[in-house]
Write a protein that binds this ligand. Sequence first.
Ligand code: NAD
Length: 470
Amino acid sequence: MENRTASALADGDVLEILEIQRDFFATGKTQELDFRRRLLLNLQKMLRENETALLDAVYKDLGKPYQESYLVELYPLYSEIKLALRNLGRWNAPKTVLTPLVLMPAVSRVYRKPMGNVLVFSTWNYPVQLSLLPLVSSIAAGNCTIIKLPENSSHTTALLCKLIDSYFDREYIAAVTDSFDTLHALRKGRFDLVFYTGGPLVAKIISKAAAEKLTPILLELGGKSPCIVDKTANLKLAAKRIVFGKALASGQTCVAPDYLFVDSQIKDKLIGYIKYYSEKFYTDKPHKNRYYPKIINSLHFERLRSYLDDGDIIIGGEVNEAENKISLTLMENIKKGSKLYTEEIFGPILPVFEYNNINTVIRFLSRRPTPLALYLFTTNRALRNKVISTLSFGNGCINDTVMQLANPHLPFGGIGLSGTGRYHGKSGFLSFSTECSIMHSPAHIDNGWLRYPPFNNDVSLMRILTRFFT
Ligand code: NAD
C-alpha cells in the first residue's frame, strides 16, 4: 500500500494501520540493521529537537520540574538508545551452538528474529519514558510498532502523537490514542507481540484479548513494593533515599516504596531524618511548592485524600485541592480494613509499620503477592543475603530506592501480579525478538544412516551410540 495511504489514516483506524505495517514488515526492510540504526538515530533526534516541549508537556500533566523530568523521562531514553546503537550488531548476530557428534558435520545456529508487528500500551505516570523505552527495544529488534498512548497525560500524549507522526512513517511506527479501537484491532487483527504497562484491571482485559489469538504478551504492572529499614542501616542515607524515591512523581511511580517496615529501635530517629529531608527537598509546604509534582487528576487526588483518614499522620498530610497536590505523608496505626493494606497507593503516602524481629517481616512478605520492587536498608550482610534469597520480587535496591531503573544493564519487570517478562537494554531487545534455531546440513554428505527405514527390532547399536555419543 502507498505511504500516503498510511499517513492519511485517522488515529482510530488501528486495524488498518496494522495491516499497512504488516505489509511493510513483509518487505524485510526492518531486518536491515542500518534501517534500525537510522530509526534509533531519528528517535534520538526527535528527543533532542523537542526537549523543552516535552519537559513542558510533562510539567503540564504532572507538575514534574524540568530537572526531575530530564532525569526520569529523557535520560533513560538517551542512554537506552546509545546502548542499543552500540550493541545492536552483537545482540543480533547469529550464535553458533554445539552440534552432537551423531549430527556432524552439520552446523547449528540460533538466529535472532524480530517478533513482527508489535502493539505497545503505555501509561501516564512517566508518559515519555514509558511510551518510548519499549519503542527503542522494538526498533532495535526489527519490529513495526503501534504505540497506544495514555489518555490521562493528555498534553504529553498530544505532543508525542504529533512528533511520532512527523518523525516516523506510519508504515512502521504509529502512535494512536483510542483505547476502544486499539482493543478492537487486538481482537480482530494479528499482532505478534503485545507489551502493556499499566494497572492489573486493564491488564486482564488486554491479556484476555491477546489470549484469544495466543498472542505473546509482556505485562509491566505495579503493586505494593515494601521498604525495610534495619537497625544497622545508615539512617540519614536511608531517610534521604526514601524521600527521594517516594516523592519522585509524587509517589506515582510503579517502583516507589509503597510501605515502610522499620526496626522499632530506630523508628523515631529515621522519621526525624525523613522529616528533615522532606523539608530540605520540598520546603515545609510541599503541597504549595511549584517544583513538587502533582497528582494526575482529581479522581486519583480524591482517592489519595481519602486515605488520609485511615490512620494517624506523622509527617505531612496537607493537601492543595486547586493544584491536586498532597504533601509527602507518613502515617501509622492504619485502620483495619483500610485500602492502604491492600491497594497499591501510587501517591505520596507512606504507611509505617515497626517491627522487633525481622523474621516476622520476612514471614509476612513471603505470604504477600510478589511485589514489583523491594528495598532494604542495612549494613548487615547476612540479612541482605537472607532477604534476597528468601523473598520473591522483580527488582530492587540495597541501601537505595528506585535507582535500579537507572541501569539499563539490569533487566526490569515483575512476577505474577506485578507483571511478566523483562525489558531495558539487552533484555528489552531479547523480549522484543525471538530465537530461530537452524541446523545447516551440508548437501554433499549424508551421514544419517541410522535414521532411515527400513527399521527392525535390533536396538543394540542405538544403545551404544546413545551411551557414548550423546
Ligand atoms: P492506564 O489507565 O493509563 O492504562 C494503561 C494503558 O491502557 C493506557 O494506554 C490506557 O489508555 C489503556 N487502556 C485503559 N483501558 C483500556 C481498555 N479498556 N482497552 C484498551 N486500552 C485501555 O493505567 P493505570 O492503570 O492508571 O496505570 C497505573 C498502573 O501502572 C499502576 O499500577 C502502576 O504501578 C503501573 N505501572 C507500571 C509500570 C512498570 O513499568 N511496571 C510503570 C508505570 C506504571
